[in-house]
Design a protein around this ligand. Sequence first.
Ligand code: NAD
Length: 478
Amino acid sequence: MNLKNYIGGGFRQQTSNNWITNLNPATGEEICKVPVSNSKDVHEAINSARIAYPKWSKLSHGERSLWLSKIADKLEEMFEEIAKIESIDTGKPISLARSVDASRSIANFRFFSEMIRDLEIEEFEMEDATNFVIQKSIGVGALITPWNLPLYLLSWKIAPAIGMGNTVVCKPSELTPMTADLLMRAINDIGLPPGVINLVHGNGIETGSQLVENPDIDFVSFTGGTVTGSKVASSAAASFKKLSLELGGKNSSIIFADCEFDKTVRGVVRSGFLNQGQICLCGSRIFIEEEIYDDFKNSLIDAVENMKIGNPLNEDTDLGALISREHLRKIEYYSDLAIEEGGVLLTGGVPCLPKGLEKGNWIAPIIVEGLNHESRCSKEEIFGPMVTLHKFRKEDELIKMVNNTKYGLAGSVWTEDIEKGRRVAESIETGMIWINTWLHRDLRVPFGGVKDSGIGREGGKWSLGFFSELMNVCIKHK
Ligand code: NAD
């Protein structure tokens, strides 16, 4: 199967004859060929978005809200197909692809459809004048997404972007292009006006960078790694493009001795290993209060060793495959580095090859102890099924250790003392933190990080703010 770009309401072959082979992470078999689009394809996609912009931006919020709702309805019909394709393309368990990826992609369109429908114009009265704050569309945007939550993150950007009257060119990850293609089929079937959503496939160097650099792009919403984010930021800065960056993380899970023990073990396993630890919010540094360190460690090892690793399409699989051979090598590198840095591997790190899937990218989940919190393994983003354990005694020492990383995306605190939980949570340099839970998302709240984890916030009204320009209209009374 050869994928095609989606430009101006039709599926188009790329102009070059360059292709990337997309492999199934679990089996190593070919899924499809992905076009590598070049500057000509990118230009054509931007041009089509430009042509569609005047008419689309003049629709009312109510009219655009209806289109978002139609997309949600169509995706709802395709629910099982989304889950299956996402599971095959990413290597994640089908149960997760259903409960997170398929469900959230539909929810994103529904949520923003309702938000945009109900959007009100803010007014500020003066003694002698009335101010209106208008949210105007910006123009044509580039939406660039990573491989770990493909449709979930793409829909999270597309819905508010087009909902606010912009038109867009999307560039999904070359490693997981399948549900982006499915979405294009969905919008094609419902007859969304041509050019409102365009999609170019390809890699970062030849396709993504062309998109960001193009002077006809007005704004860029990028989710991906911190190093790539820095390149995107410098090329967008030259022409003052509005920019949102959702980047990498190295998040801490903080376990106090007074936590609800069993619930916390389950929560920390989930936060460390969901999607094979390949979620930017995963808690991969686990700080445990000294009094319960040994008990907690032993329960964690038991729980992790009991997770079922295997075919992502099996209903009872807990852990699937890593995204690529290259990513597997990276996790193996960090597992070796942990030993070099003085750590002890308590479990995992060895290849685990489910029967019949020997050509996939498999590794048993890793727990390391004995590392200094300054070590590279404890500070750098690994983005895989590997967590490090650290003991703490005092709250002030804990906070210093937790904040000693260049990232600041998320975290979790586990304690029955909510006052202490809030005090500690608010001392952590991070954009989001959960107390006694993890990845418990309300779509109305801001999402994003501080330090090297990003710039700006998306989510709820913050998404609508990013994907629009504010304008103040002041009318003097007679
Ligand atoms: P990546 O940075 O390698 O790629 C992300 C996207 O950018 C891909 O579509 C890629 O093709 C494109 N790209 C690469 N180079 C580019 C360039 N020079 N110009 C424009 N586009 C370019 O990231 P990845 O490996 O796909 O994803 C993993 C990373 O994403 C991790 O660091 C993870 O923490 C991060 N992530 C962050 C969030 C968040 O919300 N903060 C969510 C998911 C993933």
